[in-house]
Write a protein that binds this ligand. Structure first.
Ligand SMILES: [Zn+2]
Length: 77
């Protein structure tokens, strides 16, 4: 994933939550996941290494790396 594409991708999303560990965005416009080409539900950018995610639902995850940050694309099952 190159940085320009990622910036464009994030610009289409809605910021939903930010804390010291992570930033999460909601995909309200059905942007496709760069990993699997299906629209994802949320994008999570991990700001700390390591970071814990508290996921309460069953999700399929696609993972990438941008500027040494891990980014996670979630897909609801
Ligand atoms: Zn995906």
């Amino acid at each position: 994933m190159d940085d320009v594409d990622f910036d464009e991708l994030v610009a289409s999303l809605t910021l939903r939550e930010e804390n010291t560990a992570l930033k999460s965005y909601q995909n309200t416009v059905s942007v496709v996941c760069p990993a699997c080409d299906d629209p994802f539900d949320d994008l999570v950018v991990c700001k700390e290494n390591p970071t814990s995610l508290n996921i309460s639902r069953q999700l399929d995850l696609c993972v990438g790396n941008v500027d040494d940050k891990t980014v996670i694309f979630t897909h609801k099952r």
